[in-house]
Design a protein around this ligand. Structure first.
Ligand code: GDP
Ligand code: GDP
Length: 437
C-alpha cells in the first residue's frame, strides 16, 4: 500500500518540530546507536485512525547552508511540493503574518497540492480570533491548533487523513514485489535502470508513479512480476535542480518505504559514505531486503585482492548488518548486470521463506546445547520454543521464562544459527520475546 507523504513547511519558530513530534508521538524515541538520527527528526511514519502516512519536517532539512535564510525556506517548500501529497503550512498565530509567510503562501497556492494552513500557538480561546487575519494568505483550509498543548490536533489529523488519495490501483499491485534502486546522485542508477529495462527479455509496462515526474515500471523476470519503484524520477531525468537533488534523501527513504527489496548503489571509487550507512540502517529497521551493488568497477585498478579488500571495507562500515550481499558491477561495460537480477530473484525467495516450527526448534535446541543461555544472579534464561510468525520480513517469536534474562548477544547467536542453516541472505530477521509461565 502506498503511504501518502505529509510535509510540514513554514518559517522557523512557528512550531513545526513541536507539531511533528506531537503527530508521530512515541515513535520518535531514538534508540541508542541509531545511525538514522537525521531521519528521526525529518521523516517518520505516523498513524491516525488506522491510516498510515509518512510525515516530513522540511524545516529540519538544510538544503544549502550557504543560502540566505528565506531562500533556504523556499528550497524546502519546493521540496515539499515535489514530494508530498498533503502540505501543512504552519504559521504563528501570535505574531501574525510575516513577509516569509506570504512568500511561502504564494508558492503553495501555485502548486496543485492539498494545503492545510495550520495556525499554531492558539493556546486558549482568547486567541481564537487571531486566525482571521490569515485568510488573507488565500488558503481556504485553515485549522487552529496549539501544538504545545496538543489542542486541535485530532481535528487536524481527521482533516489530513480525509484528504488522502483513494488508492485505486492497489488491488493488483499489492502482491507484486517492489524493487527500488537507490544511492547517491551519479552512482549510475539511471544507467542501470535503462539497461535493465532495455533488455529484450524484460517485458516492461510503464505505470504512473507516486511522485511527480516518476514512472514506476512493471516487468517480468523468469515468469515473476516486479515493479521498479521510481520515486526519484530517474526514468525521466529532467534538468535536475541541484539543490533539491542533494536532498534526495527524503525521496530515498520514501523509495525504501515503498519497496520490498532495495538495491543500494555505491560508487566503487568512493566506497561507502556515511549517508549510505544511514540508508542501510534505515532499510534494516524497516525490515526491507537489501543488496549492495558496487558500480563503476571498471574504474578501479584491480589486483587479486580487490574484491576481498573492498568487501571487507564495506562490511566494516556496516557493522552488524552483515547479511547483505555485495555485487561488483559496471553498468557501462555491462559487467554482471544480469547477475543483479538473479540476486534479486533469489533474495525475493529468501524474503518469503517460512521455516517449520519443528525444524526451527531442532536447530535451536542444538544451539542451546552448544552454548547455554545466559544466567543472571543464579537465574537461568529458559527458551521454551521459537516459531516463525511472519514473512517479508521473516519474524520469529521466542518463548522464554523471563525476557529480562535475555541478552542481545544471545539473540544474535540464535540469529546466526538460523542463518547458518537457512538461506536468508539479504534479508533482515526480526525477533520478539514472549514470556510464558
Ligand atoms: P520550528 O522552528 O518551526 O520547528 O519551531 P519549534 O517547534 O522549534 O518551536 C518554536 C518555539 O515555539 C518553541 O519555543 C516552542 O516551544 C514554541 N511553540 C511550539 N508550539 C507552540 C504552541 O502551540 N504554543 C506556544 N505558546 N508555543 C509553541
Ligand atoms: P544517477 O544519478 O545515479 O542516476 O547516475 P547516472 O546513471 O546518471 O550516471 C552518472 C554518470 O556515471 C554517467 O555519466 C554515467 O555514464 C556514468 N556511469 C554509470 N555507470 C558507470 C560505470 O559502470 N562505469 C563508469 N565508468 N561510469 C558509469
Amino acid at each position: 500500500m502506498k503511504k501518502p507523504i505529509v510535509a510540514i513547511v513554514g518559517r522557523p519558530n512557528v512550531g513545526k518540530s513541536t507539531l511533528f513530534n506531537r503527530i508521530v508521538g512515541k515513535r520518535v524515541a531514538i534508540t541508542q546507536d541509531d545511525p538514522g538520527v537525521t531521519r528521526d527528526r525529518l521523516y517518520q511514519e505516523a498513524e491516525w485512525q488506522n491510516r498510515y502516512f509518512s510525515l516530513v519536517d522540511t524545516g529540519g532539512i538544510e538544503i544549502d547552508a550557504k543560502e540566505r535564510f528565506s531562500k533556504e525556506i523556499i528550497n524546502q517548500v519546493e521540496l515539499a511540493i515535489d514530494t508530498a501529497e498533503i502540505i501543512l503550512f504552519v504559521v504563528d498565530g501570535r505574531t501574525g503574518i510575516t513577509p516569509d509567510d506570504r512568500e511561502i503562501a504564494n508558492l503553495l497556492r501555485k502548486s496543485k497540492k492539498e494545503i492545510i494552513l495550520v495556525v499554531n500557538k492558539i493556546d486558549n480561546k482568547k486567541f481564537e480570533d487571531n486566525i482571521y487575519e490569515f485568510y488573507e494568505l488565500g488558503i481556504e483550509n485553515i485549522k487552529s491548533i496549539s501544538a504545545e498543548n496538543s489542542m486541535g490536533l485530532g481535528d487536524l489529523l481527521d482533516d489530513i487523513v480525509e484528504k488522502f488519495p483513494v488508492d485505486l490501483d492497489v488491488e493488483s499491485d499489492e502482491d507484486i514485489t517492489k524493487v527500488a534502486i537507490i544511492g547517491k546522485p551519479n552512482v549510475g542508477k539511471s544507467s542501470l535502470i535503462n539497461r535493465l529495462l532495455g533488455e529484450e527479455r524484460m517485458i516492461v509496462t510503464d505505470i504512473a508513479g507516486t511522485t511527480r515526474d516518476s514512472i514506476d515500471s512493471k516487468f517480468k523476470y523468469n515468469g515473476e512480476d516486479y515493479i521498479l519503484v521510481d520515486t526519484a524520477g530517474l526514468r525521466r531525468k529532467r534538468a535536475i535542480n541541484e539543490e533539491v537533488e542533494r536532498f534526495s534523501v527524503v525521496r530515498t527513504l520514501d523509495a525504501i518505504d515503498k519497496s520490498d527489496i532495495c538495491v543500494l548503489m555505491i560508487d566503487a571509487k568512493e566506497g561507502v559514505t556515511e549517508q549510505d550507512s544511514k540508508i542501510i540502517g534505515y532499510a534494516h529497521d524497516q525490515g526491507k531486503a537489501m543488496i549492495i551493488s558496487v558500480n563503476k568497477w571498471d574504474l578501479v585498478e584491480k589486483d587479486n585482492k580487490s574484491y576481498t579488500n573492498f568487501e571487507r571495507e564495506i562490511r566494516n562500515k556496516l557493522g552488524f548488518i552483515n547479511y547483505v550481499p555485495i555485487i561488483f558491477m559496471s553498468v557501462k561495460n555491462n559487467l554482471r548486470v544480469y547477475k543483479l537480477f538473479e540476486l534479486i530473484e533469489q533474495i525475493n525467495n529468501n524474503y518469503s521463506m517460512r521455516i517449520s516450527t519443528g525444524i526451527l526448534n531442532d536447530i535451536i535446541n542444538d544451539a542451546i546445547l552448544h552454548n547455554p543461555p545466559p544466567t543472571d544472579k543464579g537465574e537461568r534464561l529458559k527458551i521454551f520454543y521459537i516459531t516463525q510468525v511472519a514473512v517479508r520480513p521473516p519474524k520469529f517469536i521466542i518463548y522464554v521464562n523471563k525476557s529480562s534474562l535475555m541478552h542481545f548477544s544471545y539473540i544474535r547467536y540464535i540469529e546466526n544459527q538460523i542463518r547458518e542453516n537457512f538461506h536468508f541472505t539479504g534479508v533482515p530477521l526480526i525477533f520478539e520475546l514472549r514470556e510464558r509461565g
